[in-house]
Design a protein around this ligand. Structure first.
Ligand SMILES: C[S@@+](CC[C@H](N)C(=O)[O-])C[C@H]1O[C@@H](n2cnc3c(N)ncnc32)[C@H](O)[C@@H]1O
Length: 483
């Protein structure tokens, strides 16, 4: 099929048959991050030095700060190893504390190419279970001297249950600059601010896909795979990606990624998007951003025998157009390149000029397409959209709350009088069992200005904008004093 050079086929197939090695990264960019990494190297990597049976850990050289590592062991081998008991316990414990993330190597790539800065407004369109969202939040907080950056991250997922997993994963990071939306990403509503609708500086579009890049981790996929799978997902992938471009600010970057090797979900989707937004977006070169990462350029043409379920945008455009698209700037990571799963990454930049009015940010239309049509789980299977539950309102502290609660709390914990009390909120109007949350001022603006949409749409029994604020600085948390 010409998916890879002939002389790499044997290595590719051999890698696919091997279990996936364990990879992890130490989270964040703070001083303690480097202290934890030092501890791991000095103390927990010791058994590898003396062992004759296990390979030494390998640094993922393209990940900044020497913070990501690969063990030449599968999860099962690590679980059953007595030699590595201490490392195993440490990894488990530190994962619970949010200091370590057991993330697939290739899945770490998309957030890295976005070059995230603390002032960026960031959207993660298909975010659950949040491994990349966590990475994005860490980048936003990379400047230790500024604990509440002006930027923020909105993470969205259509699957209501998976949004709770998202909450669980991300709350360990204790960021006041993070909110979750639960919505079909292909029809995401605009979010209002005092300056108009938000256009995002950075967007991660990690779409639902057929997932054949995860064959090493999910061997069951060998039995389930069929070519129609990718074809049926292509339409939603394209619609999500299109909405992403509409929500991207001029000059902003959007990364499109899949854990699929299928050109129908990768090259064909990227090529269609470039043609739709011709002259308004450009494809960026990723290779120079991650030195040391082995990969293969994006395919120029979709192999003919993959076009089993035919739509026009599954075919390659004419050679003239192809030459202008520069699809070779996308990257494909294959399992034999550096002993990982497979992945596809494309990076777009929105050209810094006013958009053609037909493509400008669309006010959400209550699309006639049923929501169910747009919902796919991780295996790409269409599932029934979960019924949405009414979420509690977001109630920011007012003068009466300050008198009733905050005085006692702040005295007890010795909170500085400069603490921005008006950025505290609760989710329950009554006094009983209240959790108190802290959000940054930019996030407060978004929550306040978009609150009405929640009620409107719930009345319609169709969830258009339903979010959970989860920054989880509860009052018994030591971090309250640091914020
Ligand atoms: C590949 S996974 C995302 C993985 C995630 N970015 C991470 O790094 O942990 C794709 C996600 O898309 C979600 N999804 C499926 N259809 C969607 C849609 N129409 N809109 C938004 N999310 C969708 C799925 O629920 C799933 O959580």
């Amino acid at each position: 099929m010409n998916l890879l050079p002939d002389d790499e086929c044997d290595a590719f197939l051999a890698a696919l048959k091997e279990p996936l090695p364990v990879t992890f990264r130490v989270t964040g960019f703070r001083t303690h991050t480097f202290a934890i990494m030092h501890l791991i190297r000095e103390r927990y990597f010791q058994p590898f030095e003396s062992s004759t049976t296990i390979d030494k850990p390998k640094e993922l050289v393209w990940y900044p700060g020497s913070l990501a590592w690969q063990l030449n062991l599968s999860r099962n081998q690590l679980r059953s190893s007595t030699e590595l008991q201490k490392l195993k316990e440490f990894l488990y414990e530190q994962t619970e504390h949010g200091n370590i993330s057991r993330q697939e190597a290739v899945s770490m790539i998309p957030p890295l190419v976005l070059d995230i800065q603390p002032h960026h407004k960031i959207l993660d369109m298909c975010a659950a279970p949040a491994s990349k969202t966590a990475q994005i939040i860490e980048c936003l907080h990379r400047d230790e001297s500024n604990p509440i950056p002006s930027g923020f991250v909105i993470a969205n997922d259509v699957d209501n249950k998976r949004c709770y997993t998202l909450v669980h994963q991300v709350k360990r990071l204790e960021s006041p600059c993070f909110a979750i939306m639960n919505h079909d990403a292909s029809n995401l509503p605009n979010l209002k601010t005092n300056d108009g609708n938000i256009l995002f500086d950075r967007i991660l579009c990690d779409v639902p896909c057929s997932g054949d890049g995860t064959l090493r981790k999910n061997p069951d996929l060998w039995k389930k795979w069929n070519p129609g799978h990718a074809s049926s997902l292509q339409s939603i992938q394209l619609r999500i990606e299109t909405r992403g471009i509409q929500l991207l600010a001029p000059g902003g970057l959007m990364v499109y990624s899949t854990c699929s090797m299928n050109p129908i979900e990768n090259k064909a989707v990227v090529s269609q998007l470039l043609q739709t937004f011709q002259g308004q977006i450009s494809l960026m070169n990723i290779n120079d951003k991650l030195p040391g990462l082995r990969n293969i350029p994006g395919l120029k043409k979709v192999p003919k025998n993959m076009q089993s379920l035919v739509r026009p945008n599954m075919f390659s455009p004419s050679n003239d157009i192809l030459e202008q698209l520069h699809l070779e700037q996308c990257i494909r990571l294959l399992p034999h390149h550096q002993d990982t799963g497979a992945f596809f990454v494309a990076l777009f930049r929105k050209i810094d000029k006013t958009l053609d009015s037909s493509l400008s940010i669309q006010e959400e239309t209550s699309q006639k397409r049923s929501a169910e049509e747009n919902v796919f789980n991780e295996d790409g299977a269409n599932f029934k959209r979960a019924r949405y539950h009414r979420e509690n309102p977001f109630i920011f502290f007012e003068e009466k709350d300050i008198k009733r609660f905050w005085q006692d709390i702040s005295e007890f914990f010795g909170v500085d009088s400069s603490f921005p009390v008006d950025q505290l909120m609760t989710r329950i109007a009554s006094d009983s069992g209240r959790n108190i949350y802290f959000v940054s001022d930019s996030l407060k603006e978004i929550v306040t200005l978009n609150q009405d949409r929640i009620e409107d749409t719930i009345d319609e029994k169709f969830n258009k904008f339903d979010k959970y604020i989860e920054n989880s600085i509860s009052i018994d948390d030591d971090n309250l004093f640091n914020k």
